[in-house]
Unconditional design. Sequence first.
Length: 280
Amino acid sequence: MLTRRSALAAGAAVSLGGAGKAAPRRIVSLNPCLDVILVHVADRAQIAALSHYSRDPLSSSVPAFGANFPITYETAEEVVALRPDLVLAARHSSPATRAALARLGIPAELFSVPENIEDSLAQVAQVAEAVGRAARGQALVARIRKAIADAAPPPGEPRLSALIYQSNGFASAPGTLVDEMMRRAGLVNAATRYGLTRTGNVPLEQLIADPPDILLAGRAKPGAPTWADRVLTHPALARVAHRMHRADFPQRLMFCGGPVLIETAKMMALARTRALEARA
């Protein structure tokens, strides 16, 4: 159940312009994590534009939808030209754009980055409420909760260590939303034993010397033009393949919560199941 406290923690919307009670008809999202919630709860006709991140196939949280909507690069001129009656923005969105919207009396809702699952679910409900589709938000929250519950291991199943490993050895530290998802899926975040206290990089040498049970790895970009990407296909990883199950975990799942948690939960549970099968 969503509480007032969790809604506030998730960045319960702060009105910058005083939106009316009627459902908005032209909504602009300036943030990729708000994009993904918006496309799940709003009517197609309500969405005037998404953030430009929605067009990036490697990082977009809405890869199936991004090309179907106009985008902005978060400038005040672009947003104002769309004549929105509601703008969804993150606290790290352009201060200049937010200030311009306030001066022009364009209603905007400001959201923080969710730090845990409950915060993320509260944010889904808050976005749905803001766009006049509260019931859809409640239904989406129920779907996310079910996906997370379905991903939990059965009683007595051994807990495996896992590391999320992306370009340049980027890994998610304990205390993050992704770390909580790992724990809910029956995985122990190996970043702890590598000494990672905040999201950052795990050296390839350290990973090879002490591999986790599961490596949730991203995919290198086509051609792997940089070292940051080539680390994912480094031959040294093959040398510990017999000690470590490798599973696909797209980098785009690292960035957002909300509906993204449905796919995140499924992929983590699948990796755990296959790793255990490989051991049998």
